[in-house]
Design a binder for this molecule. Structure first.
Ligand SMILES: Cc1cc2nc3c(=O)[nH]c(=O)nc-3n(C[C@H](O)[C@H](O)[C@H](O)COP(=O)(O)OP(=O)(O)OC[C@H]3O[C@@H](n4cnc5c(N)ncnc54)[C@H](O)[C@@H]3O)c2cc1C
Length: 565
């Protein structure tokens, strides 16, 4: 396998691997403990939780990443003033790389909780360390060498599902297709895998998983850890979209113990957006994943506990004298105990009413357009259904990769439902054809592989059949509130959570029918369905949490929390 050099390593080497001076190291000492290693010591092993951020005072350490079939690829050699660590160390997740002492080493080891203290208490130094940790993760993502290895045919639905999950979770990984990759074939032979039982995943800790579910994979790579059943959190947030992550950042930075649960991946709907152009402060636009990854890392910097992917199934009342008022029941019989709850469970994509739709989902029918789908559609003709901004963004993004994008819309024009800038951009894109008043009639194919799509103009009744293998659906979303069916939280006729003054004169804007339970973002009845609105509500709800905890909580909450600006 050819060595892979990340463009970020080349362009931003100094920020990625800063050298701390004596004054910096003196300021760091109080956060850690002195440790010595002899030459040959494995200071950090990929797949295992490292002791923390390790500042090298003297000696040399070689950083390597696993490169398949027992090989190791050298990333860099560190000397005095360098530090070992990347984003995994912010939240005590298993390391993605190995660190081996190649000379005797004197070091300071800063465990993860103390590293977060350093970030907050030593702002300037913390900024440099945080930037280095983020850039190192970007470098590992770009080199595509470390992390779990997914082995299976590249168009296979389960391979796409696992790749999609790892990509959405910001975890470096490799996907190897045994049809084209000799390393994949060797691994299959070595583990005696029947090619009909692919995909398999080889995790950094050496465990082999057979076509795992997302939770099983997340547990194996250390993204998902057991819930601490003894701990009572000040706030439990359901949903890690922009609303939930904003609430988490503000709550944790203001001293509330905070846990966030999400059944899929961080980022919510926003994380699936190829380019967000109307979020304040990003004049050139930003991909939803990049924006949400920043928020996710920011929340972890303030010590937010993330439980992803795990679905909240029930909101219940807590018994006993622990101070907990609510319980959130998640998978495998685990329960989170909290004083307050923020519902930020957003919305889920609507599906087309076509009988055989399910057999093509995951392979040929897609609900978002990321670089993974773009690769599948390269130089092919695709159909996209929808007329809102998400459809417009998807069409423009795919047009840069596909041969042609046919956009089907129910109305006779996009003007009423799509922002002007996107309508103009679609007009300017020669390989996008808009077919108004047109709907899909049938999907034809076998074994999950789509061969043809048939659509009909609803005015002329003219029918068209095209050989198309990929369909994208951007037809709106319904609230994610099924899990609240038996929880005494009032919903409106469409299933959105009711909050605020229509529930009673004393109800705050985001308060639900249950005291201490709040709803924010797209899931809230009457909210503006935008990233900025969701983020704003996430920030705003924290004031309501403080007020509630000051009145009802067992914990002393300052009337004006420290750090609030
Ligand atoms: C493709 C696309 C492009 C978009 N582009 C833009 C744009 O350019 N500009 C803009 O302003 N807006 C855009 N939007 C809209 C914007 O993304 C949403 O308004 C915003 O994401 C809503 O945030 P939220 O946190 O309220 O909910 P969501 O983003 O829906 O997040 C909710 C989260 O809750 C989780 N969840 C649901 N139920 C449970 C449960 N029971 N247990 C645990 N977790 C649960 C979900 O997995 C999800 O991650 C776009 C939307 C899409 C789909």
């Amino acid at each position: 396998m050819a060595p892979t050099v990340s463009p970020t390593i080349v362009a931003r080497r100094d920020q990625m691997f800063p050298v701390l001076d004596d004054a910096d190291i003196e300021r760091m000492r109080r956060f850690g403990e002195a440790r010595s290693y002899v030459s040959g010591d494995h200071i950090v092993t990929a797949g295992e939780v490292s002791p923390g951020l390790i500042v090298i005072l003297s000696g040399k350490v070689e950083i390597t990443q696993p490169a398949g079939l027992g090989q190791r690829e050298v990333i860099i050699a560190y000397g005095s003033g360098n530090f070992i660590g990347e984003l995994a160390q912010l939240s005590s997740r298993p390391s993605l790389v190995n660190a081996e002492a190649i000379e005797p080493v004197e070091a300071i080891v800063i465990p993860s909780p103390r590293l977060r203290d350093l970030m907050v208490q030593e702002a300037g130094l913390g900024e440099r360390v945080m930037r280095a940790l983020i850039l190192r993760r970007v470098g590992l993502l770009e080199s595509g060498t470390s992390g779990p290895i997914v082995i299976g045919p590249s168009g296979n639905g389960d391979v796409l599902r696992l790749q999609g999950f790892l990509t959405r979770s910001g975890l470096p990984h490799r996907a190897l297709d045994p049809d084209t990759d000799t390393c994949a074939r060797t691994l299959i032979e070595r583990f005696h895998i029947d090619p009909h039982h692919l995909p398999i995943v080889l995790c950094p800790n050496g465990k082999l998983l057979h076509n795992p579910g997302e939770s099983e994979l997340a547990r194996c790579v250390g993204l998902l850890r057991p819930v601490n059943a003894e701990k009572v959190y000040d706030v439990g947030i359901v949903g890690a979209g922009p609303a939930g992550l904003a609430a988490a950042v503000y709550a944790a930075s203001e001293g509330l113990s905070t846990i966030v649960l999400d059944c899929r991946a961080f980022g919510g709907q926003a994380g699936t957006s190829s380019r967000i152009e109307n979020y304040l402060g990003f004049p050139t636009g930003i991909s939803g994943m990049a924006l949400m990854a920043r928020a996710y890392n920011q929340a972890q910097k303030f010590g937010v506990e993330m439980v992803i992917p795990d679905e909240v199934k029930l909101l219940g009342a807590a018994a006993g004298s622990s101070g907990a008022r609510y319980t959130l029941d998640v998978g495998d019989g685990e329960t989170v105990r909290t004083r307050t709850v923020v519902i930020a469970s957003g919305a889920r994509y609507r599906r087309l009413d076509i009988a055989n739709l399910a057999q093509f989902e995951g392979t040929s029918v897609h609900y978002w357009a990321s670089p993974i789908e773009a690769r599948l559609c390269k130089d092919k003709e695709v159909v996209l259904v929808g007329a809102g901004n998400s459809a417009g963004q998807g069409a423009v993004f795919l047009a840069n990769h596909a041969k042609k994008v046919t956009l089907l819309a129910r109305r006779n024009s996009l003007d009423a439902t799509m922002s002007r800038y996107l309508v103009e951009r679609i007009k300017a894109q020669p390989n996008i054809e808009v077919l108004p008043e047109t709907e899909i009639e049938a999907l034809e194919g076998n074994d999950g592989d789509l061969d043809r799509v048939r659509w009909r103009n609803q005015v002329t009744r003219l029918e068209t059949t095209r050989p198309i293998r990929h369909v994208f659906l951007f037809i709106g979303a319904d609230p994610n509130t099924d899990w609240l069916a038996n929880c005494n939280v009032a919903l409106d006729a469409k299933g959105f959570v009711r909050t605020g003054s229509d529930l009673g004169p004393t109800h705050g804007l985001m308060e639900t029918t249950r005291s201490g339970v709040f709803a924010i973002g797209d899931v809230r009845c009457g909210s503006i369905k935008r990233v900025a609105a969701a983020v704003g509500e996430g920030a705003q709800v924290v004031a309501a949490l403080h007020a509630y905890l000051a009145q009802h909580g067992n914990r002393a909450v300052a009337s004006e929390p420290a750090g609030r600006q």
